[in-house]
Design a protein around this ligand. Structure first.
Ligand SMILES: Nc1ncnc2c1ncn2[C@@H]1O[C@H](COP(=O)(O)OP(=O)(O)OP(=O)(O)O)[C@@H](O)[C@H]1O
Ligand SMILES: [Mg+2]
Length: 634
């Protein structure tokens, strides 16, 4: 290949300068478009030539005596054998056929503008697209190699597939969509054959159209680490030997590795020319050999998407293959607001949902939602609207949808009176502790209706997006979990099986504090244990398996419970008020919970102040038991 030396002070062509910008290049004038136009003209010329040849053939066939041919006894067996052969060839070829679906850019109705809330990813995508579109100029002027593989990784529903489609549309080239599982086959070697045919097809289409984008969804199904490589990654310090075991992922990954960097082979007329050159060269002495142009490089880009990039084979991620990893994260508050705006543009909604405050509020309460979850929430709200006979969703529909989404559908259960009281007290205990110890948390729902698998529940969440938690916050979470159990003890003098789930939650959070975050007297992290007796166990297992850590955990839980006991004894009136409200209304949502608590608290403080005010001037009553009149009063 020619080397490119950029002279000092040389300027790049405006076209290439534009490629480094933030807008996608115009496909028609880019290298891809120019190449495609050239190919198109050549195809038209070939088609015209084909027509002329076909005409000549028809004219020639008109002179054949068909009756004599059919009467010949050899015709039928020859036809039969020919058909059988064709059937076998088609059958064999189809078992290794590429499993892709081809989409042309004009069939895709999603552009980059439809992918919302992923600005950093979008910037990188535009840069990669521009290099793809200007690949020839980039190679000629700067000697660069355009990116060949992009890996999209991120949680489900964050727009990876959507982004891939948008890229194909913006690049104006065909899009070969395939899911990794569709490559899998039960026939030996068929998976690798399918991968080969897929890349062959990708190159063929790319040559025809100036470029092509391949997309392999859920890539981890075929790109998993080959056996043995995971040992080398950490220096081979511990050994689970791969010797003598069969490794089915091996050939598939190897095929992918080869295909991502496969040598472009000549096609069509160039292939015939190469064949002829080789024959002639075999007759010529070595200093007289004919040389031809190297085969044209097919301009392909392969996108792969996965939820777990850690499990992919390291060789797949090296430069030249899927070297560019783009992380699709869950949207932050700003991103969620943009998504709400985007989806509400096409979904019928009441005017109140046009208010900026409402939309901000919706973005705030959907912490942890992926874009697809937000879209689904709005669809559920539309269904709620339809159910009440309206054509547009309003805020109440949205709230209802969110409740169903987060805590499940409510199903009434016939509790006995004692059980109803027990459940109401238990849940009120949680809510009271949450209100007292974690004012930064948003109390969402307090219910004694059966939702999901819980007989009753308190749903609470963060007010803002949080990425870390302090020791105080974690301690508050443990205390909230104890609220139910302590309330049961306080009001019934006994505990039920109700708190089992709470204890499990408190143990998990506590174990993280003790064995992972260094928050409970020991700085040792069990997370650092990669193998050995503890391998494959989670942090709770690590902590419970170590006598010292277990003691610390028990201490932490006991302290939390003791604190909750004293809190609830002091604020019994709050639990009672919530319990009564819950027994009456069965479910309290958002501000309804805090309203009950504030009112009860104010009333209690007021009555205490009143009692102490009326009590204050009164002298301490000391009864003289020796006085028979006083004794009678008591
Ligand atoms: N960033 C986004 N902007 C707009 N819509 C989005 C976005 N992300 C997801 N969506 C919506 O969610 C749907 C599903 O997204 P998509 O299929 O791209 O998710 P994904 O990341 O590929 O998920 P998975 O990992 O499960 O395959 C899209 O069809 C689109 O309607
Ligand atoms: Mg997807």
């Amino acid at each position: 290949m020619d080397t490119v030396t950029a002279p000092r002070g040389a300027t790049l062509s405006p076209f290439l300068t534009a490629a480094g910008g933030t807008a996608v290049l115009d496909v028609r004038t880019a290298d891809v478009g120019v190449q495609r136009e050239r190919r198109r003209r050549r195809r038209v010329a070939t088609a015209l030539l084909g027509l002329v040849l076909a005409g000549l053939l028809v004219m020639g066939a008109a002179g054949v005596d068909w009756e004599a041919v059919l009467a010949n006894p050899i015709t039928v067996p020859v036809l039969f054998i020919g058909l059988m052969g064709a059937f076998l060839v088609v059958y064999y070829a189809s078992s290794g056929r590429s499993p892709h679906t081809l989409m042309r850019p004009e069939q895709i109705d999603i552009g980059l503008a439809d992918v919302v809330g992923l600005e950093p990813v979008k910037e990188d995508v535009v840069r990669s697209l521009n290099l793809f579109l200007a690949h020839r100029t980039f190679a000629r002027e700067m000697g660069g190699t355009p990116r060949r593989g992009l890996l999209f990784e991120g949680p489900p529903g964050t727009g990876k597939t959507l982004m891939a489609k948008a890229m194909a549309r913006e690049a104006g080239v065909p899009f070969l969509f395939a899911t990794a599982t569709s490559f899998q086959s039960s026939y030996y070697g068929a998976t690798a054959r399918k991968i080969r045919s897929y890349f062959k097809e990708l190159r063929r289409v790319a040559r025809r159209e100036g470029g092509a984008i391949g997309f392999i969804d859920e890539f981890d199904a075929i790109g998993g680490t080959r056996r043995g490589l995971e040992m080398r990654a950490d220096g081979g310090a511990h050994g689970r030997s791969a010797m003598g075991t069969s490794d089915l992922a091996g050939p598939v990954v190897n095929e992918l590795l080869v295909q991502m960097q496969s040598i472009d082979t000549p096609v069509g007329a160039a292939r015939a020319a190469a064949w002829a050159r080789e024959r002639v060269n075999s007759l010529l002495p070595s200093h007289r050999q004919l040389t031809g142009r190297p085969p044209e490089r097919a301009n392909i880009m392969v996108l792969a998407s996965t939820n777990r990039a850690d499990g992919l084979d390291p060789a797949l991620l090296r430069p030249g293959r899927f070297d560019r990893r783009l992380s699709f994260e869950l949207p932050d508050k700003g991103g969620r607001r943009a998504l709400v705006d985007h989806f509400l543009r096409t979904k019928a909604h009441a005017p109140e949902l046009d208010e900026a405050e409402r939309r901000d509020a919706l973005a705030a309460v959907t912490t942890g939602y992926s874009p697809v979850m937000i879209e689904h929430l709005l669809d559920e709200a539309l269904v709620n609207a339809l159910r009440r006979g309206a054509m547009t969703m309003d805020w109440a529909d949205l709230e209802k949808a969110r409740l169903t989404e987060e805590v499940g559908l409510a199903s009434p259960v016939g509790y006995t009176e004692h059980e109803a009281r027990l459940i109401a007290t238990h849940e009120s205990g949680h809510a009271t502790v949450a209100w007292l110890v974690a004012p930064e948390r948003r109390l969402e729902v307090l219910t004694m209706l059966k939702r999901k698998n819980a007989l009753g529940m308190l749903a609470h969440g963060d007010r803002e997006d949080v990425f870390t938690r302090s020791r105080a916050e974690l301690r508050a979470l443990v205390e909230i979990a104890f609220g139910g159990m302590v309330a049961e003890e306080l009001f019934f003098g006994d505990v039920s099986t109700g708190p089992a789930g709470d204890l499990s939650y408190a143990t998990t959070v506590g174990a993280q504090m003790v064995g992972s975050a260094g928050m409970a007297g020991s700085l040792v992290s069990f997370d650092a244990v990669a193998a050995g007796a503890f391998s494959g166990t989670n942090i709770v297992g690590h902590v419970l398996g170590d006598a010292d850590a277990r003691r610390r955990l028990e201490e932490l839980l006991e302290t939390a419970k003791a604190r909750v006991s004293s809190l609830l004894t002091q604020h019994r009136h709050l639990v009672e008020a919530l319990r009564d409200a819950l027994l009456e209304r069965h479910e309290l949502v958002g501000s309804e919970i805090t309203d009950v608590l504030t009112t009860a608290s104010a009333r209690y403080d007021g009555s205490r102040a009143a009692t102490s005010a009326s009590d204050a001037p009164a002298p301490p009553l000391v009864l003289d038991l020796r006085d028979p009149a006083a004794a009678a009063v008591t």
